[in-house]
Design a protein around this ligand. Structure first.
Ligand code: ATP
Ligand code: LTN
Length: 307
């Protein structure tokens, strides 16, 4: 089985990225031949600083290794190092539907209210389709917010195959059972995000333990005091999901344990679970990130393999 996923180097990485991205990458690398791409070409579709982007590319590569990618097993590389990605995007744009691109919710969300909306922000999903299709990927581990983009990639493959003969494999998205869409802790009707969420409601993977504790303690928890999941309880649901992702316990087991204990002790335990999960990640990150030369070497090896 071929596995492919991409992740943007801009924006500090958060618990939602861990849930829908990083932890799934580490798990899926065991199941086949895996490629993980730092998609810097996607990040230039909105305002960016070139020097910062280069640093953030290394930051993200370090985080990919710190969360469990094994360079001996997975091919980890930077999108702009493999020129075929940009070429594929142009060629596939001939079989991508303009109407369908206009219906992408990420385009509408990210474009809304901006003074300048780049054409690249609009064609962004075609580049993503190229990323996936070039590698004949069967499985694409992603979060729920990328579902629409994955569907578009499948449609592009199908249309290309129908017109030019069987060429591309149609990829399947892999979503986590719990935590496919982690919500913002302050506004639990919006997804946790460094671009669209609130700073207090976003748990960063590199937040110090006390900051993580404070953000979780001040998370909104809806009315009533029962710890249970439900559409009427988006705040508590988010905290249960976060705990489930951090500990591997099922949401049901967590609900049962905290059902009548009130929010205070529950939140304290969620915070400790997150701190315990992230402390070793942060330590590995510091170690890996301190050797930029080695990171660059690993990415060069990855790009060669990807090519
Ligand atoms: P952001 O919204 O913070 O700008 P993003 O989705 O635009 O992030 P990436 O950092 O490239 O961009 O996302 C990496 C992975 O994390 C993707 O597979 C995405 O689906 C997943 N992801 C992002 N936010 C969440 C979330 N709140 N819950 C679960 N998965 C998420
Ligand atoms: N669009 C994705 C990032 C991304 C991706 C990919 C994910 C770019 N290319 C290929 C999976 C496969 C995002 O915004 N998170």
């Amino acid at each position: 089985m071929r596995v492919f996923s991409g992740i943007q180097p801009t924006g500090a990485k958060h618990f939602g990225n861990y849930s829908g991205g990083f932890r799934q990458y580490a798990a899926t690398q065991e199941r086949g031949e895996a490629f993980f791409c730092v998609v810097d070409l996607h990040s230039i579709t909105v305002d960016y600083d070139p020097a910062a982007l280069r640093e953030q590319t290394l930051d993200l590569a370090a985080m990919l290794f710190a969360t469990g990618l094994d360079p001996g097993r997975s091919t980890v590389f930077v999108q702009s190092h493999v020129t075929a990605h940009a070429e594929a995007a142009w060629l596939l744009s001939a079989v991508a539907s303009y109407g369908q691109l206009g219906r992408m919710t990420q385009f509408k969300d990210k474009g809304d209210g901006r003074e300048f909306v780049s054409a690249g922000l609009f064609t962004y999903p075609v580049l993503m389709a190229g990323d996936i299709l070039l590698y004949q990927a069967d499985a694409v581990p992603i979060g729920d917010d990328q579902r629409q983009h994955l569907e578009l990639a499948r449609d592009i493959a199908e249309r290309f195959n129908a017109r030019f003969g069987e060429t591309f494999r149609e990829p399947t998205g892999i979503y986590p059972n719990v935590g496919a869409r982690i919500m913002d802790l302050q506004e639990p009707t919006r997804k946790m995000s460094t671009t669209g969420g609130t700073p207090q409601g976003t748990l960063l993977l590199l937040d110090p333990p006390d900051v993580l504790r404070k953000k979780i303690r001040s998370a909104v928890t809806d009315s009533g005091s029962e710890v249970r999941r439900g559409d009427d309880k988006p705040g508590v649901t988010t905290l249960i999901d976060i705990m489930s992702v951090a500990t591997g316990e099922t949401p049901g087991a967590i609900e049962e344990r905290y059902a009548s204990g009130g929010y205070g002790p529950f939140k304290a335990d969620v915070a400790e679970a997150v701190v315990e999960l992230l402390a070793p990640v942060q330590a590995r990150y510091a170690e890996v990130r301190s050797d930029a030369g080695e990171l660059e070497r690993l990415l060069a090896v990855g790009a060669r393999k990807a090519r």
